[in-house]
Design a protein around this ligand. Structure first.
Ligand SMILES: Cc1cc2nc3c(=O)[nH]c(=O)nc-3n(C[C@H](O)[C@H](O)[C@H](O)COP(=O)(O)OP(=O)(O)OC[C@H]3O[C@@H](n4cnc5c(N)ncnc54)[C@H](O)[C@@H]3O)c2cc1C
Length: 474
């Protein structure tokens, strides 16, 4: 088909692949250029420690993947993707030897949260029950006219509050601690606006769609996307770093699954001075310090309930987690960092040799920090699982620089493509969202709405806008 439009994508992260699929579904000839030798960006799985131990390099738990309106429209199961749900999505151990557990079933969760069950239900239930309507509204640019105004007005009435303001509604210190752990995924301070919205935005899918892991690791998500793309006629070229967008001028459309800093590096010649200045104002957020473990046995949690959840939040009370995040925001790594830990092999035997296990853990650090957080991170695990260090067969640390080396989108270790505060929530990365000053170049990475996470919605919206704009130009 000689008159078939040609499109290319720079970067094969979940957003790049999502964009490629939208374009290929519309009949365009699509080529994806990927710098690394394996596709997937931060959704890759590899033997980072010992042979036979499979570690998720980046994303590990996928509420937004399972709840993504775009992914849900694709036959990913037929292309090998299988979600696995741990009995409970999340456990949060405390110093008294117990753990708060977030149950997947909302009624069970309300019962488990006791005195705070009703407040929890009031906060999340309307959105859990209408996830199918809620998800498309929140997983994209802020809608000027929402399709579901009453539902969205209800969300807006709480969304701009800080995590602290929402946590103050709870009577129990246990529920406050649980909420702090959820809100800390935002990389914001607990007293900042929107930090509360993040807590809710990951609590709601816990009940609506779960927090699953992918069998064999997050690479399965990537492989399923690649396999479906290939079925549509698209191609992924790995080991092909794009050094300049000038080299891609032969394509009708170029979608960039990269962040503003990289777009400036490879595309300045194609962008207007005003747009360049706007991109230069884009701000990156704190980084992550990550450790992958090969373990001889399951983690010896003091609270056995922790063995029911793939994700475990380590940080104790609301106040302690708030202090940890505040410290990172002010430029100093926390003495007692909040740690997010995932133990996938308890629920997916394919991740480690028989009898052995894997774990994945990270804490937040200032952007680009080169402070070695290993001791502090492991002290937090030991605090709730004494004897943990004795189970370690091998470990691999990834500092912010190490993360960026393996995926250049992780600028200074920022794993969500840039701060998601009020300004960059509304204008991400600029007021144009996916569009740039060049009519054929679009941005489709996590630096566009709705931001970080493996959901493909940035890619979906970018490709949809790109096709609309290119049809208008005809
Ligand atoms: C440690 C860590 C933990 C995370 N945990 C979770 C989680 O549990 N759940 C979740 O949903 N999300 C999680 N995330 C976030 C999630 O992985 C990212 O938000 C998501 O991968 C962003 O997708 P993307 O397509 O925008 O970019 P990326 O996945 O970063 O992909 C970008 C791709 O572009 C390529 N590239 C860059 N420059 C060029 C170039 N010039 N030429 C060619 N290719 C280029 C890169 O090599 C990379 O493959 C985590 C991320 C990290 C790093």
């Amino acid at each position: 088909m000689p008159d078939r439009k040609q499109a290319c994508i720079v970067g094969s992260g979940p957003n790049g692949l999502a964009a490629a699929i939208v374009l290929a579904q519309a009949g365009l000839q699509v080529e994806v250029y990927e710098a690394q030798t394996t596709p997937g960006g931060a959704a890759r799985t590899m033997e980072l420690t010992l042979p036979g131990f499979l570690h998720d390099f980046g994303s590990a738990v996928h509420p937004m993947g399972a709840g993504s309106p775009f992914f849900s429209s694709l036959p990913l199961h037929d292309h090998g993707l299988e979600w696995i749900h741990s009995p409970a999505p999340l456990a949060h151990p405390l110093d008294d030897g117990s753990a708060v557990v977030l149950e997947r079933n909302l009624e069970d969760a309300k019962n488990a949260l006791g005195l705070d069950g009703k407040v929890w239900g009031d906060l999340v239930q309307p959105f859990v029950e209408r996830w199918g309507e809620f998800a498309p509204e929140v997983l994209g640019p802020v809608p000027i006219v929402p399709k579901h105004p009453v539902l969205m007005a209800r969300f807006a009435s709480i969304a701009f509050r800080s995590a602290e303001a929402i946590a103050n509604r709870f009577q129990s210190a246990r529920t406050r601690a649980l909420f702090a752990g959820l809100a800390a995924h935002s990389f914001l301070s607990m007293d900042e606006p929107l930090s509360g919205a993040f807590g809710l935005l990951i609590a709601i899918p816990a009940h609506a769609v779960g927090w699953p892991i992918a069998r064999h690791g997050s690479q399965s998500i990537t492989n399923a996307l690649c396999s479906y793309l290939e079925k549509l006629g698209g191609t992924v070229r790995t080991g092909s770093r794009v050094e300049s967008l000038m080299a891609l001028r032969g394509y009708d459309l170029t979608l960039c699954d990269i962040t503003p800093r990289q777009l400036l590096q490879i595309g300045k010649q194609r962008l207007s001075p005003t747009f360049i200045r706007a991109l230069e104002r884009f701000r990156y957020g704190p980084g992550a310090f990550k450790v992958d473990y090969a373990l001889s046995e399951p983690i010896p949690w003091t609270a056995p309930e922790c063995l029911r959840a793939a994700t475990v939040h380590l940080g104790g009370s609301f106040e302690e987690i708030a202090l940890s995040e505040k410290s990172v925001q002010s430029g100093a790594p926390a003495d007692r960092p909040f740690v997010i830990l995932v133990q996938p092999s308890l629920f997916d035997a394919s991740r480690a040799p028989a009898g052995n296990h894997t774990a994945w853990a990270y804490c937040h650090v200032p952007n680009g920090s080169n402070v070695d957080m290993l001791q502090r991170l492991e002290d937090q695990i030991e605090r709730f699982a004494p004897g943990f260090r004795d189970t370690v067969l091998a470990r691999r640390t990834l500092s912010p620089a190490g993360l960026e080396q393996m995926d250049s989108n992780l600028v200074g270790g920022d794993i969500v493509g840039g701060v998601l505060d009020l300004r960059q929530f509304a204008f991400r990365p600029t007021w144009r969202h996916y569009a740039t000053s060049a009519p054929d170049i679009f941005i489709c990475s996590a630096s566009t709405p709705p931001g970080g996470g493996v959901h493909g919605m940035c890619g979906y919206h970018a490709a949809t806008r790109a096709m609309r704009a290119s049809a208008l130009r005809k």
